[in-house]
Design a protein around this ligand. Structure first.
Ligand code: GDP
Length: 297
């Protein structure tokens, strides 16, 4: 599971404090140094770690932790609050258009989980809100992507609009949106193309699709297994497209997990969902407080 190493290290750092009768300033400094190293080793972004440690220190001295009855417990509580804040405080719901359809554009690097996450989200909306989702296959560079979206569509019983791989994705999106309106869909997912790396041609295509579709949500799908690169990717997509939310995938894998802690702080955009498996049910709303509890163990 994600975060195992981080949990162990944070617990180790704090248990050092628990063992002491009286905690000194130097003890606290040692603990903070260990927490800092644990976060860095878990792939949390350097600037984010610096700010995290500074905030915890400030709160600890403001609360006169060393004078209190149970310094270790107080530190745990401050670290917990700071983790929650760093990950966005509260769960952020999917954006919704006042009139149907709500358009959700899925973007991200190839293999991040865009197609799968579009299916999972459509499935969730259908099951929980009785919604009528609709999906548009706009990734024409990876022929298997269209087939994959169709298979998912059949599995969850959601219509998929496709025009093969020879039509310009901008036209696919225009026609797909018309078809979605005609079908009275209330949520439209655009499965846009990805690349192995961010490049200008891809960004231009995505910017054009954004202009055409005027999406209510630009959901960046990020693979949690990619570590530090995850934050760089998020910054790149955000600068160019102005993402509105993040879906973090593969948190069921053996990732160090620091990306989850950094993305919100680096981009200012909320993580809205987490993928925790390959099945259509394996998508959860992201709750910063629950994630913090999971990290602290
Ligand atoms: P795309 O290229 O961004 O559309 O990525 P895909 O949706 O094709 O996903 C790439 C691979 O990652 C597929 O094998 C998915 O089943 C897998 N995948 C996606 N999300 C998750 C997740 O949350 N957990 C796990 N274990 N695998 C995932």
């Amino acid at each position: 599971m994600a975060f195992e190493g981080l949990t162990e290290r944070l617990q180790g750092a704090i248990s050092g404090l628990r063992r002491k009768g009286k905690v000194t300033d130097a003890d606290l400094r040692d603990t903070m140094r260990e927490i800092r190293m644990a976060l860095l080793d878990a792939d949390v972004n350097y600037t984010v770690v610096k700010e995290f440690v500074r905030n915890v220190r400030e709160k600890a001295s403001g609360a006169n932790v060393l004078e209190g009855l149970n310094p270790a417990q107080q530190i745990v509580s401050i670290v917990n609050d700071e983790l929650v804040e760093m990950m966005g405080d509260e769960a952020t719901p999917l954006n919704k258009s006042p009139k149907i359809p709500t358009v959700i554009m899925m973007v991200g690097l190839q293999g991040a989980g865009k197609t799968t996450t579009a299916g999972k989200l459509a499935n969730k909306l259908k099951r929980e809100q009785n919604a009528r989702p609709f999906m548009i296959a706009a990734d024409v560079y990876r022929p298997a992507a269209i087939q994959q979206l169709q298979t998912i569509g059949e599995q969850i019983d959601v219509p998929v609009f496709e025009l093969g791989t020879d039509v310009d994705p901008r036209d696919i999106v225009r026609q797909g949106l018309d078809a979605a309106r005609e079908a009275k869909a209330d949520y439209v997912f655009i499965d846009a193309a990805g690349r192995l790396q961010i490049d200008e041609a891809l960004m231009q295509e995505l910017a054009d699709i954004k202009d055409i579709a005027q999406p209510d949500e630009i959901m960046l799908v990020v693979d949690a297994m990619t570590g530090q690169n995850a934050t760089e990717t998020a910054e790149g997509f955000n600068e160019r497209l102005g993402i509105t939310g993040v879906a973090l995938t593969k948190l069921d894998g053996d990732t160090r997990g620091g990306a989850a802690l950094s993305i919100r702080a680096v981009t200012g955009k909320p993580i809205k969902f987490v993928g925790q498996g390959e099945k259509m049910d394996d998508l959860d709303v992201f709750y910063p407080d629950r994630m913090a509890s999971r990290i602290l163990g």
